[in-house]
Design a binder for this molecule. Structure first.
Ligand SMILES: *Cc1c(COP(=O)(O)O)cnc(C)c1O
Length: 412
């Protein structure tokens, strides 16, 4: 089948707002934001877009289901503080993220700490803070027993590596051998070995994958998660207070990708919640999302420094690049490089005029933000914006590579 212009379109372009040819972020023009920030390159995050996304989710989720934000998607402290007023809890993956979560004002009882390789000081900090630790190994469980006492029992949940995987996930985290979680078949014996005089058993956590756009695949993994936990609960030393069923909802990055059918995810979750009320009465169900909450609310803005012609091709050379936005360059988990949605943010009122590539200032051909895309005619001084940049952007990029200035970040 020949691709049509519809299947080749970036879905995010349909959401763009502009005034006088200028990209609007949170209702403000990109040049007004630039004046306040002082220089390019910068990331801008739209606080209203985040609130709207959370509200859409709340409307789709069954009553009583808790919504957590996974901080690693975007740990900017101001954004996390904004998020603290919107969601029911945070998931952290390091002691550094834990400090951000606590500083944002989230109650310790609503913070979960997952991730392999937790160090003893990290576990001590987590126990001292009173958050729930999602144990990823027998070693972590043993350390928590050592740290625990009758007066202060560490809150312990078990992260399970299920035997199933989230089909068609961008990044798989379950199914076979994995550094994440404890293999499901080893969990019953572990549960029987817990000493509840030294640790407080809280429940289970299963995270089967990331960046999934298929409501069917997401719902299937969530329902398999519930089945698995129903079985494991038989060996638990007490009631399952919490079940974190993961998330993995993706956003459309590349041409032809469509947003997740949130209504379908919600309908399946309502059935799952109804079943859990029977099979695991009193268990608090948690869905944890990173990218889906913040990814579409973020923009990476840089400035064109030079316009070069080389053997018939146009290169727009910017002051931004892969050192700030590794994912947009295609070097953060992509197998075949595809273009993120990229626009000339200062010329949104002008028609497409030429095919050009947007590149960064680094001395490597990998430093590519847009490969042969259709743009209006643009040159030095113009602003370029990479859309869908609110998750795994700034904090997931090698800022030190080649010694250019750090990106700035602003919440508008
Ligand atoms: C990374 C991660 C998340 C967030 O994933 P998204 O795809 O950004 O929603 C949630 N839970 C765990 C355990 C993770 O490691």
């Amino acid at each position: 089948m020949r691709p049509t212009s519809e299947t080749l379109r970036h879905a995010a372009l349909d959401q763009l707002q502009s005034r006088d040819g200028q990209l609007l972020i949170g209702g403000e023009s990109v040049s007004a934001i630039l004046e306040r920030v002082g220089r390019t390159p910068f990331y801008a995050y739209d606080r209203q877009a985040i609130a709207t996304r959370v509200a859409q989710l709340r409307a789709a989720l069954p009553e009583g289901m808790r919504l957590h934000y996974a901080i690693k998607a975007n740990p900017m402290p101001a954004l996390v503080a904004h998020m603290a007023g919107l969601v029911d809890g945070f998931d952290v993956a390091s002691a550094g993220e834990l400090r951000i979560a606590l500083a944002a004002g989230m109650a310790p009882g609503c913070i979960g700490f997952a991730g392999p390789g937790k160090s003893v000081p990290e576990l001590q900090a987590a126990v001292a803070a009173g958050i729930t630790i999602h144990a990823e190994s027998e070693r972590e469980i043993a350390i928590l027993h050592d740290l625990g006492s009758r007066d202060r029992r560490p809150r312990l949940a078990i992260r399970v590596n299920p035997a199933f995987e989230l089909k068609t996930a961008g990044m798989k985290m379950g199914g076979g051998a994995s550094q994440f979680g404890i293999d499901a078949e080893r969990v019953p014996a572990l549960l029987r070995s817990l000493d509840t005089a030294r640790v407080e058993f809280r429940g289970f956590h299963v995270f089967a994958g990331s960046q999934n756009l298929s409501a069917t695949a997401i719902s299937e993994a969530q329902s398999q998660t519930l089945l698995l936990v129903e079985q494991l609960a038989a060996d638990a030393p007490g009631p399952v207070a919490e079940l974190n069923i993961g998330g993995g909802l993706g956003i459309p990055y590349f041409p032809g990708e469509r947003p997740v059918d949130l209504a379908a995810v919600g309908t399946a979750l309502a059935q799952l919640a109804a079943r859990a009320r029977r099979t695991l009465p009193g268990t608090r169900l948690i869905i944890e999302l990173g990218r889906y909450l913040v990814g579409e609310a973020g923009y990476y803005v840089c400035r064109i420094i030079d316009r070069k012609l080389s053997r018939g091709r146009v290169f727009l050379v910017t002051d931004g690049g892969l050192h700030h936005h590794l994912a947009a360059s295609g070097n953060f988990g992509q197998v075949v490089r595809k273009n993120y949605p990229v626009v000339i943010a200062s010329r949104l009122d002008q028609p497409p005029a030429e095919i050009a590539s947007v590149v960064g200032p680094l001395c490597t051909p990998l430093d590519l933000l847009a490969d042969a895309m259709l743009f209006p005619q643009a040159g030095p001084g113009d602003l370029v914006a990479v859309l869908q940049s609110g998750a795994y952007g700034c904090s997931a990029s090698p800022h030190g590579f080649l010694g250019h200035p750090e990106p700035l970040e602003i919440l508008v």
